[in-house]
Design a protein. Structure first.
Length: 429
């Protein structure tokens, strides 16, 4: 509460004549990254390395990494000046002969930027595989851009248009055949419970399977019995075995905290978890649970800002595939107005920019329950690619006991084929 932490740290060092102050970090979001702002105020040094063939000095850039489609092991670095191909050994030799070059006049602050291509421990094959795995998932791609490339991430937009989103509604009943796992989110209001059951497929592609509004008094047991009917029901899978909801998150942050604690305590065997939303940038979607509460039950903190950022990024994906969100035609326009009822803005705290979420409409329950269903999946801590592959492989074995154990369901084969697609990195944006 005394002020900006970096300014305070600099003041603490003022009494040392031989002080040296160093700020080191990977960047975060463009326009709200402290390390980006500090680097912009420096002489912005780049590390230039010579090509082993033409001798031209250059900054190592991810756009110059190439590989054959579907074959990350063929990855190499291409000199943009002469076209020579560098393997990992060539790249490391070039780095050993490099030098720092300032791109701005020196003003008393030296700034240095490096990406992971300079690291002696990085391997191009591993880097390409990491990029391909992250390419279609906005949050994983953001991590790659921030930590591997050492660059700030720029969002495609602040909000999502509810009318365009509503136009993407699809006709499907119950559980779509691509779904391999179900979770649920529950929002507690003073006069009702709102529940969404979400189906998850490979790549965390999601489908709204069921949405209910249960009217009643949350302080009475009758309403929670209605919730039991929703959460404990069995869903018929069109090509598989009957499915149950594997994990549920119930918000405890309202006026009925004790009722939520009591319900979660008695339904722990069904993986019903009490949660509490925690704001702030950079918080994990689900944190470590604590029993320091009046119910003495595991209470999971949910990083709602992080979850909303991920969800909105997925809403912007127009085509089916990893991360895409599907909605059925039974949902009305109000549902989509609630889904898009918040936007991310930059506010200044103690003189420095911070990103946060504000409401643009009064009601946002549809957004909240989806965030809670995402948290329920995060608590399970599963890889949906592996879950989907196993689920559909089990279906194949049940349908044809003579089939090979390696044979996968056609849906898995189709998704695996799509994930093997590669390409030149300069098309990644």
């Amino acid at each position: 509460e005394e002020g900006d932490p970096i300014s305070l740290a600099k003041r603490r060092a003022a009494t040392f004549w031989n002080r040296k102050i160093i700020l080191v970090s990977t960047p975060t979001n463009r326009g709200a990254s402290r390390i980006e702002a500090a680097y912009q105020e420096s002489d912005q040094r780049k590390y230039l390395v010579p090509c082993g063939d033409c001798g031209t000095e250059q900054e190592l850039a991810w756009a110059n990494v190439r590989w054959n489609e579907g074959d990350p092991k063929s990855a190499c670095y291409v000199c943009p000046h002469c076209g020579s191909l560098w393997g990992d050994g060539d790249r490391r030799r070039a780095v050993s002969k490099g030098r720092w070059v300032a791109t701005k006049p020196f003003n008393g602050v030296a700034g240095f930027h490096l990406n992971a291509l300079y690291s002696p421990w990085s391997v191009l094959t591993d880097a390409v595989e990491e990029f391909l795995a992250a390419k279609k998932d906005p949050m994983r791609l953001k991590t790659f851009v921030n930590t591997f490339l050492g660059e700030t991430w720029e969002d495609q937009g602040e909000g999502v248009d509810d009318v365009e989103l509503a136009q993407r509604r699809e006709v499907y009943e119950g559980v779509p055949e691509e779904v391999a796992l179900l979770t649920a989110g529950v929002d507690v209001q003073d006069d009702r419970l709102e529940v969404e059951v979400v189906g998850w497929g490979a790549g965390e592609e999601s489908w709204c399977v069921d949405y209910r509004v249960l009217h009643g008094d949350p302080s009475s047991p009758q309403l929670w019995k209605q919730l039991d009917e929703v959460l404990l029901q069995t869903f018929e899978h069109p090509i598989g075995k009957p499915m149950i909801i594997r994990s549920t998150c119930v918000d405890s942050g309202g006026h009925h905290t004790r009722a939520v604690y009591n319900y979660a305590k008695t339904r722990a065997g069904h993986r019903v978890f009490a949660i509490k939303g925690v704001g702030g940038e950079g918080k994990p979607i689900v944190g470590r649970p604590s029993k320091n509460n009046i119910g003495k039950i595991p209470l999971y903190p949910v990083g709602v800002d992080t979850a909303k950022e991920l969800f909105y990024a997925r809403l912007r994906q127009p085509e089916p595939g990893p991360g895409h969100c599907h909605f059925h035609t039974r949902l009305d326009e109000e549902h989509f107005r609630q889904l898009t009822a918040e936007k991310q803005v930059i506010r200044y705290h103690k003189g420095y920019p911070k990103r946060g979420w504000i409401k643009t409409r009064t009601r946002n329950e549809a957004l909240d329950v989806r965030v809670y269903a995402m948290a329920a999946l995060a608590i399970l801590n599963v890889n949906m690619d592996s879950v989907a592959k196993k689920y559909f492989s089990d279906i194949d074995r049940d349908e044809d006991l003579s089939a090979s154990k390696e044979e996968a369901h056609p849906l898995v084969n189709a998704r695996a084929k799509s994930r093997r697609k590669g390409g030149f990195v300069n098309n990644w944006r």
